[in-house]
Design a protein around this ligand. Structure first.
Ligand code: ADP
Ligand code: MG
Ligand code: ZN
Length: 476
């Protein structure tokens, strides 16, 4: 039987406000344990929360950028559960009146466009972190992260494959970065996703029973977890078993998921309106002024690249997939007009080397103007395309200006006719059979001889000149 995979995502994004959600502690990743906390965010009795207005503003921004309706009335609820890194033994979250509802994000997979609906976005506080001792001597708790503002973006079960899940998350990440509400660093846990997944026979309308895998924090892990879990559920059903509604842990090292606990239902959390925080009334004026201040979003930027720089849609898609990347592209263009070349270098050599070195786009070691100057060196004929590739790697590794690299290493194109002719004569002397072939009408031999000359000059000779002079000498 043919099965269809059904996925809904719950994505947590840590907001990059200056301070935490209910106290004035600094909101910053890292720091010595328990140095970014106060009596409020470490759960001391008698301390009252006050909501950070920026958190509400950031959540509204996220809602507007994902086509949501912003609620006029919203409030915070208590979600009761004990967890050692949650000092209050409850989490302040939103249940019945989330701040944003009914949005969507457009995605594209293999040329197919589709909207993934967003059920709602709510605000909540993050928990602290447990540090399990490597020596088996116990567990320590660090409350620095406790009270970090989060938004949770909950999709409808509209996603049908790992590729669509990935496309959705990439698009969401780009949007949140463009509007500057979260750095979305997955390696630091600023963006993490819970994957709800079920399968059903193709054509069946009713959804199957779903499982939930929590806190996946890399695109790779999410894709692998989805593929594994879909296969597991199908095999289970095919062999006559049943799927239980449960929370499963994905073990990325082993590449398997296993049952963690039965899924608790909303009523298990005994949600109730938090009596320490008044409801929040949001007026249109505020929403409109936030709307007016929203920067250009990824899709708008993509259209602009196609229109203003005549880039193919493919290029524009990749460049606007990340704020860092598209800012890099635009900054390089302040120093060169050759947009297509900048795009090619970014999508080709730059992406390749980042992947090889296992680096993120945030870690590009050289400034965009260096890429522009590398391109100018090629456009002006100072270096050849193949030398440029070598300069690029040097520039990446040493962070040196490409002009300086070319000078220091004497990589300029050799256009000195006498010097090139000398090498040509040498090559002809060493390859008499190829010379004879050429003279006997096998013009293919020319390519081989050009290659030998380029090799002898370490790629620095001007290839056009080499061709011209070589033919001259051979025809003599
Ligand atoms: P809960 O509050 O128990 O986590 P929700 O109804 O809020 O459940 O849904 C949580 C997530 O699960 C949403 O992203 C939703 O799209 C997704 N979801 C709901 N039903 C299914 C299903 N049958 N298969 C896959 N995902 C589902
Ligand atoms: Mg849930
Ligand atoms: Zn605090």
């Amino acid at each position: 039987m043919d099965y269809e995979v059904v996925i809904g995502l719950e994505v947590h994004a840590e907001l990059s406000t200056k301070t935490k959600i209910f106290c004035s502690c600094i909101n910053e990743f890292g720091g010595d344990p328990n140095t970014h906390c106060c009596p409020g965010c470490s759960g001391m009795p008698g301390v009252l929360p006050v909501i950070n207005k920026s958190v509400i503003e950031y959540a509204i921004k996220a809602g507007l950028a994902t086509n949501c309706t912003i609620s006029k009335f919203t409030r915070m609820d208590r979600k009761n559960y004990f967890y050692p890194d949650l000092p209050g033994a409850y989490q302040i979250s939103q249940h019945n009146y989330p701040i944003c509802r009914n949005g969507y994000i457009d995605i594209e997979v293999n040329g197919n466009k589709k909207a993934i609906r967003i059920h709602h976005i709510h605000m909540e506080e993050d928990a602290g972190k447990l540090i399990h001792s490597d020596y088996g001597t116990g567990t320590l708790v660090d409350y620095n992260r406790a009270g970090t503002p989060l938004i949770e973006i909950v999709t409808e079960p509209d996603i049908r494959s790992a590729e669509e899940a990935r496309a959705f998350l990439e698009k969401l990440k780009a949007i949140l970065q463009f509007i500057d509400v979260s750095d979305c660093k997955m390696q630091e846990g600023s963006l993490r996703a819970d994957v709800n997944l079920s399968v059903r026979p193709k054509g069946q309308e009713e959804f199957g029973v779903r499982t939930e895998m929590k806190n996946l924090n890399s695109f790779k892990a999410i894709v692998r977890a989805i593929e594994y879990e879909a296969k597991r559920q199908i095999e289970e059903i095919e062999s006559g078993g049943v799927i239980y509604r449960e929370t499963r842990r994905w073990d990325d090292e082993k590449g398997i998921s296993y049952a963690m606990r039965n899924k608790e239902q909303a009523e298990d959390y005994r949600y109730f309106p938090d009596p320490d925080l008044p409801p929040i009334i949001i007026d249109n004026e505020w929403v409109n002024s936030i709307k007016a201040s929203l920067p250009e979003l990824p899709d708008a930027r993509k259209e602009r690249y196609i229109r203003d720089y005549s880039l193919p849609e493919y290029d524009a898609n990749i460049l606007t997939s990340s704020k860092v990347l598209s800012d890099f592209f635009e900054k390089a263009l302040q120093h060169t007009d050759n947009a297509k070349a900048v795009s090619n270098w970014i999508m080709g050599d730059l992406m390749r080397i980042l992947k090889e070195r296992e680096m993120e786009v945030e870690e590009i070691p050289f400034p965009p103007e260096y890429l522009a100057s590398l391109i100018s060196l090629i456009d002006k004929g100072v270096i050849s395309g193949s030398i440029a590739k070598k300069v690029f790697v040097k520039m990446f590794d040493t962070r040196k200006d490409p002009e300086a690299i070319v000078k220091e290493e004497g990589m300029e194109v050799v256009t000195d006719e006498d010097a090139i002719r000398k090498v040509i004569l040498e090559v002809m002397k060493n390859n008499p059979s190829s010379v004879a072939d050429y003279k006997g009408g096998k013009t293919k031999a020319l390519g081989f001889l050009v290659g030998q000359v380029m090799k002898a000059t370490k790629g620095k000779a001007d290839p056009k000149l080499v061709n011209k002079l070589l033919v001259e000498e051979l025809e003599k």
